[in-house]
Design a protein around this ligand. Structure first.
Ligand SMILES: Cc1cc2nc3c(=O)[nH]c(=O)nc-3n(C[C@H](O)[C@H](O)[C@H](O)COP(=O)(O)OP(=O)(O)OC[C@H]3O[C@@H](n4cnc5c(N)ncnc54)[C@H](O)[C@@H]3O)c2cc1C
Length: 319
């Protein structure tokens, strides 16, 4: 039985793994990839990339270290986590692409750091221009849009905040709001009053067009079709947390985010969570890195607090 299994190899999971290794815990990282969403970068012509805070150096350093420590990780998809006496059992899918069959791994404690998936528009052209002018996370890229034109799609908190942030930097922001959504909120009212923001309420995105980069978005509302040209298009329809495999073990919010406390503990003792899969404020690399570190320290303390007979073997290994 491992001391700790970490699920997810993005900034949160990688940092947790490095901390756990430094504590000499017997740790296994199980992830579909190493790097998580930091493997995706918005590409645009003529932009000053240094304006983006992406934590690239620290994440790459951790990826290299985990690569080098071959024993510390496997690339696989976790399908289920179940509670067993003295810990948890993790079931993985395995399969052809992983070159080994699905497995079962047991640990005294678990950290879930499986991130969240952005919701797509589901229109033609979208996949062709993903990360080339069409992107998620205006929060990360807004500083690049000084005096540029942008489009944000969505009508909930995430989209309104994205449009607000861009409106403070960009020359022009068009918010395509498929429904009235949160437009009556204070931020919605601020947007309605902002001189450089145009709100197209009730318009549905139809198609993304472009050349090497996305150049325009076709939107329509009861027969009125428009082509919106811009330097970048932000899809801000919300996130789907990758928490399904612990959904019957821990308390979740209605949108699937795992509830955690300030020490990254979930409602289930010994099961911790970190990063975008949780209800922590703001989806950012540096926040995920900090959360991963906290979760590892918390899991370490949890392991030390377990009755001596259960952890005797592990303590021997730590010495
Ligand atoms: C396009 C884009 C660009 C961004 N740019 C920036 C930026 O410039 N700066 C910034 O600060 N933030 C940026 N963000 C936000 C930032 O990337 C995230 O907040 C951060 O990566 C969250 O880290 P995480 O470790 O919680 O999750 P993730 O990075 O999403 O990592 C999750 C990990 O879990 C693995 N996983 C998922 N499900 C399973 C499973 N069932 N079994 C095994 N493994 C699983 C995944 O393969 C992945 O390795 C961007 C986000 C997006 C979408």
């Amino acid at each position: 039985m491992y001391d700790l299994i970490i699920i997810g190899g993005g900034p949160a999971g990688l940092t947790a793994a490095i901390y756990a290794l430094r504590k000499r815990l017997d740790v296994l990282l199980i992830s579909k990839d190493l790097g998580g969403k930091t493997n995706f970068r918005l590409q645009l012509p003529d932009v000053e990339q240094h304006l983006v805070v992406n934590g690239e150096e620290i994440v790459n350093r951790f990826v290299n270290e985990i690569h080098y420590l071959d024993f510390s990780h496997i690339l696989d998809k976790v399908e289920k986590v179940e509670s067993i006496a003295g810990g948890y059992r993790v079931h993985t899918r395995g399969g052809k692409e992983h070159e080994h069959p699905g497995g079962q791994y047991e640990a005294r404690a678990i950290i879930v750091a499986a991130g969240a998936r952005g919701k797509f528009l589901g229109v033609p052209g979208e996949r062709n221009y993903l990360m080339r002018g069409l992107c998620f996370s205006a929060m990360s890229y807004a500083p690049l849009f000084i005096d540029r034109t942008t489009v944000v799609i969505g009508d909930d908190d995430l989209a309104l905040l994205a449009a607000m942030e861009l409106s403070r930097i960009a020359r022009e922001v068009t918010l395509v709001a498929p429904t009235h959504g949160k437009l009556d909120s204070t931020i919605g009212q601020r947007l309605q009053a902002a001189p450089n923001v145009l709100i197209l309420e009730g318009y549905q995105p139809i198609e993304v067009k472009g050349d090497v980069y996305a150049r325009s978005l076709i939107v329509a509302k009861s027969g009125d079709t428009r082509e919106l040209k811009a330097d970048a298009f932000f899809v801000e329809l919300g996130l789907n947390p990758n928490s399904d495999f612990v959904a019957d073990l821990v308390e979740l919010h209605p949108d699937g985010r795992i509830k955690i406390d300030a020490r990254n503990q979930t409602s289930k003792p010994g099961l911790f969570a970190a990063g975008d899969v949780t209800d922590v404020y703001a989806e950012q690399v540096l926040i995920a890195v900090g959360e991963g570190a906290k979760a590892a320290l918390s899991a370490y303390e949890y392991l030390l607090s377990q009755p001596v007979e259960e952890t005797a073997a592990a303590v021997d290994e730590w010495r």
